[in-house]
Design a protein around this ligand. Structure first.
Ligand code: HEC
Ligand code: HEC
Ligand code: HEC
Ligand code: HEC
Ligand code: HEC
Ligand code: HEC
Ligand code: HEC
Ligand code: HEC
Ligand code: HEC
Ligand code: HEC
Length: 445
């Protein structure tokens, strides 16, 4: 009997080892090896270990390279005010002996839920003191301020200070409220040039060009398509429903089919929370996998381009708010329709205003951006809805300042209550950074 139990134990141990070994070597997702819950930013891809641990050897440098390969461009674009090169300078050797700011993991570790703050920060919140203990002496305006408030009160960020640096504050100290003016969508010709791709002539098949089209087409689909931007630009059924060279009919075109013409939109989509699983070749994200509150009836909806864009109508207006509310159900999202901005949006839906004079979810989360192409500038929609999300001062230049002053925008974005009720009401507190910059400027003259 004893022998039997022992044998059973041996067999099951071997089976388990074999199972785990197989997972380790061959499965893309490795749930049995996760050593601790991941951060809000990464949990969607936490089981794809090799997204970060690209090699089992090499330690810190391997992780550093992985961080930079996914986030390097974004930090560079944000004019990171504490880049690695600031700390490779030998004069700063004493600073990095306290906190090695050359390595991302000194401040952003992983699998440590107990010590993780917002934005994947795994340091105590007053850590600026490590290097700026003297700021109170150098700047009388800073005397008596506590170090937890440097980066939590709307004054500074560690990386991105594009809307908060001193010269910018001074430049906009006396602005009056501008009249609403958002970028206009580009025209077709400008738009295609902005995509930096040669217009693929061969994609312009006629609607009758494929035997399969005859088999599946309906008058409704043809009507929708004809009145859409695609129909009007001559982008035929085959452009989306077949892929060269096989020319087989694809029943449900995915982002791969849109990519040849919409490179920038696909790239942005894959870099944010909506597309990051697809970027790792994992199954698409769905609301039921989310940590945030979602509409229960949207549970199984798979995220892709047509989560927001109806396949054959490409309606920009519906994509800007109605689509979002089909999934998102947190307090902030649900408060939008009753907010002053939401009321303006109602006027767009009823035809009293243009989308450029109003505010939708997309105005803040997917802003139109100006991009340069051989010296001309064009407008494009940022499809990474995390690109302006955190720290939220990123929204100031990309959106708020087309309609509000800098001072009002800083105050509003520092007010958590206003974020929760989607900006219904005025800010409770005033952030003094502009006043401080002005008083120092006056003294120095
Ligand atoms: C989003 C990036 C990311 C993903 C995905 C990820 N890790 Fe990590 N992992 C890290 C970081 C960052 C550290 C911390 C390194 C430090 O603090 O020095 C770490 C540390 C570890 C450690 C501790 C040993 C060490 O090198 O410090 C182990 C073990 C580990 N991870 C295993 C895994 C496994 C297994 C998976 C997949 C189930 C996984 N990780 C997925 C980023 C990641
Ligand atoms: C495979 C690509 C990839 C790798 C590798 C990766 N990240 Fe990320 N990271 C993302 C994506 C995608 C998000 C979610 C979207 C966003 O917030 O930008 C994210 C989110 C974050 C956030 C949170 C931002 C927020 O708004 O909460 C931080 C901080 C971060 N990453 C730092 C790191 C660090 C440090 C490393 C290296 C240990 C790393 N990442 C490795 C793709 C990656
Ligand atoms: C000395 C600490 C420190 C180091 C080192 C550090 N970060 Fe951060 N990081 C922060 C803090 C603090 C935040 C929170 C937002 C802020 O204050 O700018 C942050 C935020 C972020 C974000 C969120 C988006 C943004 O623009 O702020 C990303 C992504 C990020 N860090 C990536 C990295 C990467 C990649 C590295 C390594 C190249 C790195 N960080 C090194 C402290 C650090
Ligand atoms: C590891 C050391 C270190 C830490 C931690 C650190 N800094 Fe710095 N910081 C520096 C260095 C070095 C400079 C460059 C000083 C110079 O150029 O004279 C700098 C410059 C600055 C500047 C002015 C320069 C600019 O380009 O805007 C500000 C503002 C600033 N830091 C704020 C902060 C805040 C806020 C924190 C915490 C969130 C912080 N720092 C954390 C080392 C650090
Ligand atoms: C811009 C790309 C694009 C063009 C152009 C296009 N389709 Fe589609 N089509 C799609 C997408 C995306 C789906 C939805 C797939 C899904 O549900 O996941 C779809 C779905 C369909 C379906 C499935 C039934 C339905 O309505 O959802 C049929 C049939 C169809 N398309 C026929 C056509 C015909 C006929 C044309 C030309 C008149 C055409 N499509 C033009 C992208 C396109
Ligand atoms: C063969 C090239 C091509 C393919 C493939 C393609 N598109 Fe387009 N798309 C265009 C052109 C051309 C326009 C017109 C731009 C304009 O009018 O400004 C356009 C416009 C759009 C618009 C804007 C509509 C508007 O009202 O301004 C959306 C949204 C869009 N496409 C989504 C998609 C999606 C999603 C896919 C994949 C299912 C896709 N496209 C596939 C060429 C293409
Ligand atoms: C989360 C919702 C959402 C998803 C997912 C999404 N889009 Fe969009 N897209 C929008 C909104 C909203 C606009 C219009 C914003 C405006 O008019 O300012 C837009 C505009 C566009 C445009 C108009 C051209 C421009 O200026 O960029 C194209 C093309 C486009 N999307 C393609 C795509 C493709 C391809 C995908 C899949 C990779 C995709 N979209 C996924 C919401 C989305
Ligand atoms: C098909 C469902 C779906 C649609 C439609 C959709 N989203 Fe999302 N969205 C998600 C899911 C799922 C997440 C990931 C949430 C999480 O990780 O907890 C997400 C994440 C986000 C985030 C990042 C949250 C964070 O904390 O990092 C923002 C911002 C966002 N969506 C805004 C929008 C906007 C704006 C629209 C419309 C233009 C939209 N979404 C349309 C499902 C959707
Ligand atoms: C006036 C600008 C604005 C508008 C309009 C807006 N948001 Fe936001 N949204 C924000 C800000 C600011 C945050 C907070 C970012 C931060 O600091 O974490 C946020 C956060 C979010 C988050 C993340 C919530 C979380 O718990 O982390 C989601 C999801 C989101 N918004 C979706 C939407 C949707 C859906 C709509 C439209 C119904 C919308 N937002 C309208 C500015 C806006
Ligand atoms: C396209 C223009 C536009 C953009 C962009 C915009 N707003 Fe507004 N916002 C308005 C208008 C117009 C009102 C006033 C509506 C009214 O008076 O009924 C308003 C009202 C507000 C209010 C309420 C003020 C009160 O006293 O009731 C707040 C707070 C606010 N916006 C914050 C923001 C923030 C923060 C951003 C950027 C994330 C932003 N807005 C982006 C046009 C805009």
């Amino acid at each position: 009997m004893k022998k039997m139990i022992w044998l059973l134990w041996l067999v099951s141990t071997l089976a388990l080892a074999g199972f785990l070994g197989y997972e380790l070597a061959y499965e893309k997702e490795k749930p049995n090896f996760l050593i601790g819950k991941s951060t809000h930013g990464h949990y969607q891809i936490e089981l794809a270990c090799d997204a970060c641990h690209t090699s089992p050897f090499g330690g810190e440098e391997v992780l550093q390279d992985a961080c930079v390969s996914c986030h390097g461009d974004e930090l560079k674009a944000s004019l990171d005010s504490h880049p690695k090169k600031k700390f490779t300078d030998p004069r700063n050797a004493d600073l990095i002996s306290v906190l090695d700011a050359r390595q991302c993991v000194s401040c952003h570790s992983e699998h440590n839920p107990d010590i993780t703050h917002p934005m994947g920060l795994t340091l105590p919140e007053d850590y600026c003191v490590q290097c700026h203990a003297d700021v109170g002496e150098e700047r009388p305006t800073h005397k008596g301020l506590t170090f937890e408030t440097c980066a939590s009160a709307g004054c500074h960020n560690y990386h991105d200070n594009r809307a908060l640096y001193e010269d910018f504050l001074l430049k906009h100290a006396h602005d009056r409220t501008p009249s609403p003016q958002q970028l206009l969508p580009s025209t077709l010709k400008q738009y295609l040039a902005s995509q930096r791709v040669e217009w693929p002539e061969e994609n312009l098949h006629s609607i009758k060009g494929h035997a399969q089209v005859q088999a599946v087409t309906t008058p409704e689909i043809e009507h929708e398509w004809l009145s859409s931007a695609h129909g009007q630009a001559g982008v035929g059924c085959n452009s989306c429903h077949t892929s060269a060279p096989s020319e087989l009919w694809i029943e449900k075109p995915g982002h791969q089919q849109c990519q040849s013409c919409h490179t920038a939109e696909v790239k942005g989509f894959l870099a944010g929370k909506h597309g990051m699983r697809l970027a790792q070749k994992l199954s698409p994200m769905t609301p039921e996998q989310a940590r945030q509150p979602m509409q229960t009836d949207a549970g199984h909806a798979q995220l892709g381009c047509n989560s927001c864009h109806n396949a054959h109508t490409d309606n920009r207006i519906a994509a800007s708010t109605e689509a979002c509310l089909g999934c998102h159900a947190d307090d902030h999202s649900l408060a939008f329709e009753q907010s002053p901005h939401g009321q303006l949006w109602q006027q767009v839906l009823s035809g009293e205003r243009t989308a450029e004079e109003a505010v939708s979810c997309a105005t803040c989360h997917m802003p139109r951006e100006s991009v340069d192409h051989y010296g001309d500038s064009f407008t494009q929609v940022q499809h990474n809805q995390n690109a302006t999300l955190r720290p939220n001062e990123k929204m100031i230049r990309s959106s708020c300042m087309s309609c509000h002053t800098l001072a009002f925008s800083i105050d509003a974005l520092a007010d958590e209550k206003l974020i929760n009720n989607n900006f219904s009401g005025s800010p409770d507190n005033h952030i003094e950074s502009i006043d401080m910059a002005v008083s120092r400027d006056v003294k120095h003259r």
